[in-house]
Design a protein around this ligand. Structure first.
Ligand code: SF4
Ligand code: ZN
Length: 708
């Protein structure tokens, strides 16, 4: 059989499997039964993207089989082969959707199956910053667990997001690969068709971030090919089904690298039988470049370990966390005061722990100096400590400032990890990430109990107080410069954020100080200065220079934005926003929901469904994506009446903003404990019940001018 015949055969097998399972769904559940993947606003994403139609019932699922049939045209030509690959993708999606019809929970540990919209949105920022440099799909089975684990761990150490399909999942478990979404190794499922769950991630990226219209398959494929840095490793004997899946991957622009002998297609289909070289060959084929910083520590260091938790039983040493003192401080100093790369430990090291787990106080003092260093950058650098320390395999870091909490695992200790290695990591990363402002860096790690307290009181606390003072005075009125951020353009080509002291980037990761530092670090980079000039309307937050920056940054797609309004030319959204605000007309106010909240809001929609109303760099009056910290600001939809319009938020988000929100409400409207008047899911989510609660609490929104 030649390659064409193999692909067509595979597609026909996929079609037969889809027909079989749909028949079963019809028999067991009936044609009217609902069809849906969990927590998505994009229905069956492949079919939705290809046709613009949402499949909602088993009858429609049955009808979608015709799409598969129409895509299989057995002529030995490249475009027909690629279409056949797409047919396999559609058939696989039908099979997987039918699994969700036949069972409420078709996937169980360790497999995840369908990946929800909020998870995809949360991947936006790490992908655009290159923190996740690529996406690997590892499918099939290696000759042994060792080879499989080696390849997967290599991807993990490079920060690649790796999805596993098939027996390789068991091999990864056998090879002690640490798995989970947080650790960037995600087992999808054992059937080949479960590979569709990563395909729909790529396709939804086009719809969510790219603003591509459903039904425009050519544009979706182009988007995936241009902007989704994914590739496939197919290991073990290639069945016809796997080969036709491979054709589907290639149609999306994802190269396939296999350990089998195949007729190679340059850059698209490659053979690599040496498992030591698979990773290199794959990254080269997808043109993914990995930046490596060699750090002299005895354990691995990779962004993929950020989400690693050290549980009590695995713990060797613990610092801070409310049980002992724990603080960290980055401070600028004169170059003469600093000895570059000096790492000093004052007090006992963890060797002194005789029975694990042991507890110690910990102070971490990082002094930096450089001609371009500014005091304003100290908190920007300091906040990165959380990531640097978490990237260490076997170390967990939580919190910041004088509320840090660290754990070192037993395994790390056994491998030789000691306190000075914290210093090595911090030193290397400070110079690596902040090289244009940091010329010299010195790290002091303190465990001596008296010294920890002494330096905290003498150095750290006054510095924190000084910064808080600076931040509380940092309001939009008091600066003459805003900043743009266009990092998300690699996914959302027309989107640009305007970052002001009070309105941080909608991802929550870029504050005004961050943007200012980013510009200093990289003058031609993602953040550019916008002089706050040419005021058009201060209440709405309209400035001519801002409009020009947005127009230029969006290549003319958007020509006017207001910074403080949700109804008139609101700021665009890329898709990775922390929260979304939408209008609840009957309450004369707005509902805010954060990405982590999974249930339905009083607007009758989930976060994912609301989020799908906006994004892709277009303006959608009435919907606004934004960061958590923007909520308690005096500028939050000021044009429509400000925070008094907030009628509902999930409890967790409400608690998160309560203190600041109450302070703003007191200052602006002389309302005490405003947060208590805002409804949440523990009180009500049904519209009538929410209204009853608001009435009982005399919520101010009820008496304001009509919002629309
Ligand atoms: Fe993306 Fe805006 Fe965050 Fe920049 S500030 S990374 S453009 S969401
Ligand atoms: Zn974004």
């Amino acid at each position: 059989m030649n390659l064409f015949q193999t692909i067509f055969t595979g597609s026909k097998q996929a079609l037969a499997a889809a027909e079989g399972i749909v028949k079963k769904a019809v028999e067991e559940k009936g044609r009217d039964h609902k069809v849906a993947f969990p927590d998505t606003a994009y229905s069956l994403p492949v079919i939705y993207a290809a046709t613009g139609k949402k499949i909602t019932t088993v009858a429609e699922l049955e009808g979608a089989l015709d799409i598969v049939r129409s895509l299989i045209v057995e002529e030995e030509m490249l475009d027909k082969a690629l279409n056949s690959g797409l047919a396999t993708a559609v058939a696989a999606e039908i099979v997987e959707a039918a699994k969700y019809v036949l069972s409420d929970a078709p996937y169980s540990e360790p497999c995840v199956g369908f990946v929800s919209d909020p998870i995809i949105r949360s991947l936006g920022v790490p992908l655009v910053t290159g923190d996740i440099p690529g996406v690997a799909v590892v499918l099939g089975e290696c000759p042994d667990a060792e080879s499989a684990a080696k390849v997967i761990k290599d991807y993990q150490s490079k920060g690649i997001m790796t999805f596993l399909v098939g027996k390789v999942i068991d091999q990864a478990i056998e090879g002690n690969v640490k798995m989970g979404l947080d650790l960037r190794v995600v087992p999808l499922g054992y059937d080949v068709t479960s590979v569709i769950h990563v395909v729909t991630v790529a396709i939804r990226a086009a719809l969510i971030f790219g603003g591509v219209k459903p039904g425009n398959l050519a544009e979706v494929l182009q988007y995936c090919s241009d902007r989704v840095p994914a590739f496939v490793n197919a290991f073990g004997p290639l069945s016809e089904l796997v080969v036709s899946c491979g054709a589907g991957a290639i149609a999306l622009g994802f190269p396939v690298i296999t350990d089998q002998t195949v007729t190679e297609v340059p850059t698209l289909l490659l053979t690599q039988k040496d498992y030591d070289k698979v990773v290199k060959t794959s990254l080269e084929a997808r043109k993914i470049k990995i930046k490596v910083t060699e750090i002299p520590i005895p354990v691995a260091f990779a962004a993929a370990f950020e989400g690693e938790r050290i549980r009590k039983n695995d713990m060797f040493a613990e610092f801070g966390g409310g049980k002992t003192e724990g603080w960290e401080l980055v401070m600028s100093a004169e170059p003469g005061e600093i000895e570059d790369h000096k790492i000093e430990v004052i007090g006992p090291d963890i060797d002194s722990i005789t029975t694990a787990p042991g507890r110690m106080p910990l102070g971490m003092l990082i002094k930096v100096a450089g001609a371009n260093m500014q005091k304003d950058f100290e908190p920007v650098l300091e906040r990165r400590l959380h990531y640097f320390l978490n990237y260490i395999e076997g170390v967990m870091h939580v919190g910041q400032r004088n509320l840090t909490w660290l754990r070192i695992g037993k395994e790390a200790f056994e491998k030789g990890f000691r306190l000075k290695h914290f210093g090595e990591v911090v030193y290397a990363k400070m110079l690596d990430e902040f090289g244009s402002v940091v010329d010299k860096c010195e790290v002091t790690i303190i465990t001596d109990p008296d010294k920890v307290v002494e330096l905290k009181d003498k150095l750290a606390m006054p510095r924190f107080a000084e910064r808080d003072e600076r931040l509380s005075n940092l309001i939009d009125e008091k600066v003459d410069t805003f900043y743009t951020c266009n990092l998300c353009q690699s996914f959302a080509p027309a989107h640009i954020c305007i970052v002001t002291p009070e309105r941080l980037g909608l991802c929550g990761a870029v504050s005004w100080l961050d943007a200012k530092a980013t510009l200093e670090l990289n003058p031609t980079g993602p953040c550019q200065a916008v002089p706050k000039e040419g005021v058009v309307d201060e209440n709405y937050g309209i400035w001519e220079r801002v409009n020009e920056a947005v127009s230029k940054g969006s290549q003319g797609a958007v020509n006017e934005v207001t910074l403080y309004s949700i109804l008139n030319s609101p700021m665009t959204s890329c898709g990775c926003f922390e929260c979304i605000t939408g209008i609840m007309p009957e309450a004369n106010g707005v509902v805010i929901v954060n990405r982590e909240f999974g249930a339905v809001t009083p607007l009758g929609m989930t976060f994912g469904e609301l989020a799908s109303m906006t994004g892709g760099g277009v303006q959608t009056p009435g919907f606004m994506g934004h960061g958590r910290s923007f909520i308690p600001s005096k500028k939050f939809m000021r044009a429509e009446g400000g925070i008094e319009r907030i009628v509902w938020m999930p409890k967790e988000l409400k608690d998160f903003v309560a203190d600041k929100l109450n302070a703003t409400a007191k200052e602006l409207y002389d309302i005490d404990n405003f947060a208590d008047r805002i409804c949440d899911e523990t009180i009500a989510t049904d519209s009538d019940a929410v209204l009853a609660f608001l009435t009982e609490k005399e919520h101010p929104a009820l008496n304001m001018d009509p919002i629309m």
